[in-house]
Design a protein around this ligand. Structure first.
Ligand code: HEC
Length: 148
């Protein structure tokens, strides 16, 4: 009798351990696809709204012209200071940067920190999700302003 109960108890105990393990595995299975996504998923639509902060000085898209700042077509992959007909500061022109996503993200958080002496007067965007969205919006445009 005692033995049976003992057996019963340990069976229960191992059952509940198994249940916990199952629950842990199940929640891992749910979490893994989330973890596999980039830290901040990119939303080009939200990025377009964020680009409102840039429009006073920058154009993008078909026929984009240089304004206060250079046009931003084909930005991701572009060398800094390379838009023809735009008069860059020496700081920007000589920064030697290529605008890949990581470099752009660092820059737009705090332009003056990344390129000391830049004439872009913009406090920066600190929110990583907003930067990711903005990047998704910008990288849709090839160097002719066509959407890829
Ligand atoms: C008040 C005007 C102004 C605003 C607002 C502004 N910029 Fe600029 N931006 C400039 C100017 C001016 C330059 C040229 C900097 C230089 O030559 O030092 C520039 C340069 C840049 C460059 C470097 C381009 C290159 O060809 O090397 C990038 C990238 C850029 N801006 C992105 C942005 C984005 C994205 C926003 C909005 C989040 C933004 N800027 C907001 C004025 C502005």
């Amino acid at each position: 009798m005692t033995k049976r109960r003992g057996f019963g108890l340990s069976e229960n105990a191992s059952n509940s351990k198994e249940q916990i393990m199952r629950a842990v595995l199940a929640s891992l299975a749910l979490l893994l696809p989330l973890l596999a996504q980039p830290a901040a998923a990119q939303d080009a639509g939200a990025g377009e709204r964020s680009f409102a902060k840039c429009r006073a000085c920058h154009q993008i898209g078909p026929g984009a012209r240089n304004l206060v700042g250079p046009e931003l077509n084909g930005l991701i992959g572009r060398h800094s200071g390379s838009v023809e007909g735009y008069s860059y500061s020496a700081a920007n022109k000589n920064s030697g940067l290529t605008w890949d996503e990581a470099t752009f993200a660092e820059y737009i958080k705090d332009p003056k920190a990344k390129i000391p002496g830049t004439k872009m007067i913009f406090p920066g965007i600190k929110n990583e999700k907003e930067v990711a969205d903005l990047t998704a919006f910008l990288k849709q445009f090839d160097k002719d302003g066509k959407k890829l």
